[in-house]
Write a protein that binds this ligand. Sequence first.
Ligand code: URA
Length: 210
Amino acid sequence: MLFSAQDWDELETSLRSCKKCPLAENRTNVVVGEGNRSAELMFVGEAPGADEDIQGRPFVGKAGQLLDKIFEVVGLDRKEVYITNTVKCRPPGNRVPNNQEMTACAPFLEMQIELVNPAALIALGSTALTWFLGKGYAITKARGKWYRWRYRFVFAVFHPSYLLRNPSRKKGSPKWYMWQDMLHLMEVYGRIKNGERIDSILKDYPERLG
Ligand code: URA
């Protein structure tokens, strides 16, 4: 299916007036997402926090600053990828969005995925992972692996907030795993940019198929 700028406009207009769940009541801004609308990599986080709610942009607070640093270290330009969340409005006190909120917001994320049409989806942390795969996948086990979601591929990594709470860089620490996972992702991304298909690339990494 071919999409146009008008489809993005319609998505943004309906999001900005959305009252499908109670999160609408307390929001300052709807955080739609940002980045390259034709990205090959689409990062999906949990939900906007206080800074994101104020600025209307995803991942601009402490977790976002760490994400930027991770991107910089592995040589990924934030502008090259698309970044969004499972829900577009801030849950009070930054709690995890509940089922009702995630279900109400799901059509927006589904539409964004269709519009961007990325080669790979990257689930940042367990809420995004649950959004894609349902309950029953622990991020500590699923991270670093590729899963099928509909006819697409999802790669699971730790959420930057989890890394902020676990600052050790020792071998076997969450930060160490994040480093390994991002290096792998960059290897795959390099091949995607070279025109290879993701399903054939992933055949070279059978140990990473979840
Ligand atoms: N955490 C998230 O999951 N998303 C954001 O946009 C910011 C922090």
